[in-house]
Write a protein that binds this ligand. Structure first.
Ligand SMILES: N[C@@H](CCSC[C@H](N)C(=O)O)C(=O)O
Length: 896
């Protein structure tokens, strides 16, 4: 050892005298409690954060501080704090982790022998190689996972044993206790040094296991934010401390005041950061492990050093590494991540991904890397504090994009499988986000949860047509918007071979029927070439009607409606199912929309049926990763919802199902009338209030539509003129709503005028009804509101424009008079979300933090699954008024 007994100031870090007292607090408490090194000293202004003494020099002679290289009050606070949380007598803060090792290795002299690991940080390897080449130091690299490999090298010449555990980057574990005992027995003069950067003093304190000196790159966990470089050295032995203090002062690598301040601040959150990072690292490691990757992480049950690690450390940490079997594939994975930053280093709050062989360990000769078993395809993950689901999702997306894994049957909650070299696939595991939830629950709940995973809840809105109803059937543009009344479809698995449909409410006669799939359904009628949604197969529809539903003309209207709705369900099921894939399921449907009132209840129902069955038969899927339903899948739902509409209404335009699927507000034009069909989103409706009034007079949409068609055939000139005028109304409404130059008052005047005009045309088409005229009159006088029928007319609903300036009290008066007349008014917002899927639907245990109260009103709103919500019971019970609210608590909604 070199002689450091040269003139020098006292060590910057005074020995921590009352160590035992300090250690009475738990670690996280110690982290935030920064005491003065001098127990009696108080900051002159009572600063609660240690001030930055940004001063190179200090006045006077013989005082505690003279020059910041030798000592600085901010650094002294830091070093005192570091000693405390490390359970050490001395601590030193220097300019980097490598500076710390440099200080330590300056104790070596030519001829000394160092025993170090064969898997170790590249920078450490570089410094040791330098000392070997230029300092005459002999360095031995051994496999430190096996303490016996050190034994032959321990002797009188051994000056230092340098260990990492876990090692960087292969996360190998060295039995620090055992090795320290061996060194003390065989080479008592040797200094046992441990690089504790991976663990930080929170998870591991090697001084307690016999180490003489422990150092950390404080750039990592101790500071936690990658905003400074620092190294920390701790030890208990006064003589070692003295030597290191000399080197630090003599070479001038002590930490600056500002970085000392930052590091002191970072240490306050060490425990809480590490807890979060470690917990997510465990999920990430398990996820990769289950996919079949070779994962290095001491938290995994299959890690060979796990038992030793658990004995010497308090947790596995937040760094892991894995191999893919293919360097190019690893490069693609690293390059495909978005949330994981490609960077060296670890320990910061943000997650990083790297390939050690070309980054942190690039300084090790490739030949040496190979000899020491450092795989070129190794990926190192350093987990941060981001939301675990986002991190997993990002990693999964990268694995998918890179071609490391493959999507499997997402619909049944299965997920993904690893693609093995040669294209073979490994075990299929659940997708990342679902998996994360699974891991956070106990095994005893596994079965029940597995059942819940197969649940599905979908929801679609009704609509209000503002302009263009009936005319839309004949190619005129209709302006329609989603309302905030919705239909809900809840699917649960059934024992094999059964199919069940339930409408648990009066308006559909509490319909509840179960079919034995292979026996009761008329499979013979399913055409061999599967019909597209655009073409109704009359034979199949007839077979369903005749053989199963026993449609009785004398049935109540509620029963008849239910039977028609059941036809939609069976028709779509039988076409989408295949002989190999006939899912056993139970669909329960509940609607808060008044049925047969022109508010699109049948389209929202058809949308729920179509989306449930398309999902359950695997024709479409929902991405929990991108939290989206693809536009192609939404179009597919729309096509099958239109099929449902056709079964229920004969010749629908398609506007209702389009709004039910896409939500918002649309200008919809049917194709095939010499005009280009299509949908155009319109902005603006959300800010306009409407009053919807259900006349409670039910009517038959199909008959009303047929009636207009008949009138058109009989009086073509009259009807064509009306249709042309309605087209102008829709065009003007669309333009006005999108016109930023139009004043708000101007917009209302225009809409009021168009409402009047459109209603008059509907009267000419013969689809109004005395009750609708009565509602118009009641809203017009004395309130001056403008109302038109909406939907098919002949009863059903009226829609009233409520200008901004209209007083709330006056609106209540209007509603009161309508209720007194036997009508049912609803104030509504329009233009909200379209088809929504609650996915995945597994319920989780109740937690005080469950953000369960926000209803799914905004597109892409996200809520965590809520506690123990029995969706079946929610759908079957309770009032319409609070159904939406109760259902909104059931989980995370993904909207089109
Ligand atoms: N270019 C640097 C690389 C630093 S790696 C930092 C860290 N210890 C890690 O393991 O990522 C160098 O050559 O030192």
């Amino acid at each position: 050892m070199a002689d450091h007994n040269l003139p020098t100031p006292e060590p910057d870090s005074p020995a921590l005298k009352n160590l035992n007292l300090k250690r009475n607090y738990h670690f996280s408490t110690q982290c935030v409690t920064i005491d003065s090194p001098d127990a009696g000293h108080k900051d002159q202004h009572g600063a609660s954060s240690v001030p930055i003494y940004q001063s190179a020099t200090f006045k006077g002679v013989g005082g505690e501080y003279d020059y910041s290289r030798s000592g600085n009050p901010t650094r002294t606070h830091l070093e005192h704090h570091l000693a405390k949380i490390s359970g050490a007598r001395h601590a030193f803060a220097v300019s980097s982790g490598m500076a710390a090792l440099d200080v330590i290795t300056r104790m070596l002299k030519p001829g000394d022998e160092v025993v170090a690991g064969d898997d170790l940080y590249g920078g450490t390897n570089r410094l040791l190689t330098y000392l070997k080449v230029h300092g005459g130091v002999k360095v031995h690299h051994v496999d430190t996972t096996d303490p016996t490999t050190l034994l032959p090298l321990l002797g009188p010449g051994t000056a230092m044993v340098l260990l990492e555990s876990p090692t960087n980057p292969l996360l190998k574990i060295a039995d620090l206790q055992k090795i320290a005992a061996d060194v003390k027995e065989r080479a008592p003069q040797a200094v046992i040094v441990v690089d504790n950067t991976m663990m930080s003093p929170y998870l591991q304190r090697p001084l307690e296991h016999g180490a003489d000196i422990v150092y950390d790159s404080a750039t990592k966990y101790l500071s936690g934010h990658h905003d400074l470089m620092a190294g920390v050295i701790v030890c208990n032995k006064d003589d070692l401390a003295k030597q290191m203090a000399f080197v630090i002062n003599a070479s001038g690598n002590a930490l600056t005041p500002f970085d000392s301040f930052l590091l002191l601040r970072g240490t306050k959150t060490l425990a809480i950061r590490m807890d979060r990072q470690q917990s997510t690292a465990m999920s990430v490691a398990s996820y990769l492990d289950q996919l079949g990757f070779k994962v290095n992480y001491p938290g995994l049950a299959n890690h060979p050093g796990r038992e030793i690690h658990e004995r010497i450390a308090n947790g596995p940490g937040a760094v892991l590494s894995f191999t893919t079997g293919d360097t190019a594939l690893s490069e693609r994975i690293v390059g495909a991540t978005r949330l994981w930053g490609i960077s060296v280093s670890f320990g910061a709050v943000n997650s990083l991904i790297s390939m050690p062989c070309v980054m942190s360990h690039a300084s090790i000769d490739p030949k040496v890397r190979k000899e020491r078993g450092l795989p070129e395809d190794l990926i190192r993950l350093c987990v941060g504090i981001e939301d675990p689901a986002d991190l997993l999702a990002d990693l999964e997306t990268a694995l998918l994009e890179a071609g490391a894994i493959k999507e499997e049957d997402v619909t049944n909650g299965i997920g993904i499988s690893r693609i093995l070299p040669g294209g073979a696939r490994d075990t299929v595991v659940s997708r990342a986000v679902e998996k994360l939830k699974f891991e956070s629950n106990s095994d005893s709940l596994g079965l029940e949860r597995d059942q819940r995973r197969k649940e599905l809840l979908v929801s679609a809105p009704g609509k209000v047509i503002l302009f263009g109803e009936h005319a839309v059937v004949h190619g005129v543009t209709a302006i329609a918007a989603a309302v905030d009344l919705r239909c809900y479809g809840h699917t649960t698995p059934l024992p094999a071979g059964q199919l069940r449909l339930t409408f648990p409410f009066d308006e559909l006669d509490h319909f509840d029927q179960t079919w034995v799939i292979d026996k009761d359904l008329p499979w013979d009628a399913v055409p061999t070439s599967v019909p597209t949604p655009d073409v109704l197969d009359a034979k199949l529809l007839g077979a369903i009607q005749q053989s199963l539903l026993h449609h009785d003309q004398n049935e109540t209207p509620a029963r008849a409606r239910a039977v028609s709705a059941a036809q939609v369900f069976l028709y779509i099921y039988m076409i989408l199912a295949s002989p190999e894939n006939r899912p056993s399921l139970h669909l329960t449907v509940r609607s808060t929309l008044p049925l047969g009132a022109g508010l699109g209840s049948s389209a929202s129902y058809s949308t729920c049926v179509a989306s449930s069955l398309l999902l359950k038969t695997g024709h479409i899927s929902v991405s929990t990763l991108s939290h989206s339903i693809s536009s192609e899948d939404a179009e597919e739902v729309n096509r099958w919802a239109f099929t449902g509409e056709k079964i229920l209404h004969g010749n629908p335009s398609g506007v209702d199902n389009s709004v039910a699927v896409f939500g918002g507000a649309l200008a919809f034009t049917r194709s095939g009338f010499g005009r280009q069909g299509g949908m155009e989103k319109i902005q603006g409706f959300q800010s306009v209030r409407f009053l919807l009034t259900d006349s409670r007079v039910s009517r038959n949409t199909k008959k009303l539509v047929e009636g207009v068609a008949l009138k058109k055939a009989q009086e073509p000139e009259l009807v064509d003129g009306v249709l042309r005028s309605i087209q102008e109304i829709s065009d003007r409404a669309k333009a006005s709503l999108a016109d930023p130059a139009l004043s708000r008052a101007g917009l209302f005047t225009e809409l009021e005028h168009l409402i009047e005009k459109n209603h008059d045309h509907l009267v000419v088409l013969g689809v109004s009804h005395p009750v609708l005229e009565d509602i118009r009159a009641k809203t017009r006088e004395p309130h001056g509101l403008r109302t038109k029928l909406t939907g098919a007319g002949g009863g059903g609903c009226a829609v009233t424009l409520v200008p901004d300036a209209f007083q709330e009290s006056a609106l209540q008066d209007v509603q009161k008079s309508l209720i007194e007349a036997g009508y049912k008014p609803y104030t509504t917002s329009v233009g909200g979300t379209g088809l929504g899927v609650l996915w995945p639907t597994e319920s989780e245990a109740a937690g005080p933090d469950s953000p369960i109260a926000t209803p799914p009103q905004t597109p892409h709103s996200e809520q965590l699954p809520a506690a123990g919500i029995d969706l079946k019971t929610v759908l079957a019970t309770g009032s319409d008024e609070d159904l939406a609210d109760r259902i909104s608590r059931a989980g995370k909604w993904i909207f089109v």
